[in-house]
Write a protein that binds this ligand. Structure first.
Ligand SMILES: Cc1ncc(COP(=O)(O)O)c(C=O)c1O
Length: 403
């Protein structure tokens, strides 16, 4: 295991500057977003895609308005999973919104019927009945894609939404029956298929194979059921290597695979939608928090921070270590001893009254002291908004944007 120590990262300077500027005694705790990194990263993803791809941002990864604003310059549209996300997107962007949610409320179906969204997922037979009923009542025609829960899942990703029994989509074997039903639903127009199937997949070759399977199935259903349904939405699922950042998802392999698939399917005039969340925004976000106490308990080292899993829930939820660096803070104004642990394994715990409030466990650290600042990386996706903010009623972290 490598020793984590102070590294030179641009974000260090930001935190130092903020500390100096604010010159205050309360412990530092903030989300920091590097919007310049986000802009460059998203633009390079977009540039690397072949012509049949449309790139959508899955807002659930991070609906922060400044992030949406930056991405609005680059992506083809937004994927929303609630009326709230539709509202956020509409307030900032004029780009198309596609809607996908497994348990749609009536007010969400109404948004779809009103034409606020370009496409909506059908996730069940009941979903189809409800949308047809509502669309018919106002004599509107609604464009839909059928969300398929494939029989097999081609990846070993951490979370699987398809290829296993889940609440998502319609089982592959029931698709013919659903297509028949939709052909008898005059107010619904089937535009294609939706296949989002996994989360945090790190195997780019497996991802190419997955997309190839999606295209093959979609073309087969088109042919068999005589439908003109050019949209193939392969969802997101592209991963971030939280455990070993030196072995990231190989984007070039995916890009090359997509170009090859484009050549293969060029004559079919398909539209391949990628709705990406985690891979788009994870790297641009940092969660920076100050060490409040350092101690040894029953022989094990702990650093306790201002903040924790109520701000950044992912490591506790996935039982993994969120990677971080220690930013040394030389400021120590007190007349008493500064707690310190050197060259030892340390667990990073939060301020909550539960032993599960752990951001990283047993990490070998060169030196950590009360007053140092920890900067957690890859906190831009599924960070703040998936966390249980109000547990213990601590103040929220600040938010800074770096451009
Ligand atoms: C339907 C759908 N599309 C896209 C995404 C984005 O996935 P990711 O963040 O893994 O790219 C999700 C995430 O849960 C999803 O449910």
């Amino acid at each position: 295991m490598s020793i984590i120590q102070e590294e030179k990262v641009s974000i260090n300077d930001i935190v130092k500057k903020l500390n100096e500027k604010n010159n205050r005694r309360e412990a530092f705790c903030a989300y920091i977003y590097d919007l310049e990194q986000l802009r460059k990263h998203a633009a390079s993803i977009k540039r690397s895609l072949p012509p049949f791809c449309r790139l959508f941002y899955a807002m659930k990864a991070n609906p922060d308005k400044r992030i949406i604003k930056v991405l609005d310059e680059i992506v083809d549209g937004f994927e929303a999973a609630s009326a709230g996300e539709v509202r956020i997107a509409k307030a900032i962007s004029k780009k198309p919104i596609i809607f996908g949610a497994p348990a749609k409320k009536d007010y969400e179906l109404e948004l779809i019927v009103k034409g606020e969204t370009e496409l909506a997922n059908i996730e069940s037979f009941h979903d189809a009945n409800r949308l047809q009923y509502l669309a018919e009542s106002v004599q509107k025609k609604v464009a839909v894609v059928v969300r398929v829960n494939l029989q097999d899942n081609v990846s070993n990703s951490y979370l699987k939404m398809a290829g296993v029994p889940t609440q998502f989509g319609v089982a592959e074997r029931d698709i013919p029956q659903l297509l028949k039903k939709l052909s008898l639903s005059p107010n619904l127009e089937v535009r294609g298929f939706h296949f989002h199937a996994m989360s945090n997949n790190l195997d780019a070759e497996a991802h190419v194979r997955f997309i190839a399977v999606c295209l093959e199935k979609a073309v087969d259903w088109q042919k068999k059921y005589g439908i003109s349904a050019p949209v193939v939405n392969v969802g997101g699922g592209i991963g971030i290597n939280y455990i070993n950042s030196k072995a990231p998802f190989d984007w070039n392999v995916l890009s090359e695979g997509l170009h090859n698939l484009y050549k293969q399917y060029k004559s079919k005039k398909l539209e391949l939608i990628i709705e990406m969340g985690r891979y788009m925004v994870a790297e641009s976000g940092f969660y920076a928090t100050e060490v409040i106490d350092v101690k040894v308990n029953h022989g094990e080292g702990f650093a306790l921070v201002r903040g924790g899993s109520h701000h950044l829930r992912l490591p506790a939820a996935w039982k993994m270590n969120q990677p971080f660096i220690v930013l040394s803070n030389e400021k120590w104004d007190f007349p008493f001893e500064r707690p310190i642990i050197k060259n030892s394994k340390v667990s990073i715990a939060g301020e909550l009254c539960t032993p599960t409030d752990i951001l990283a466990k047993d990490v070998l650290i060169k030196e950590i002291r009360a007053g140092d600042i920890l900067i957690f990386q890859f906190a831009g996706a599924y960070g703040w908004t998936i966390s249980h903010h109000n547990f213990l009623s601590h103040p929220y972290p600040e938010v800074y944007y770096y451009e």
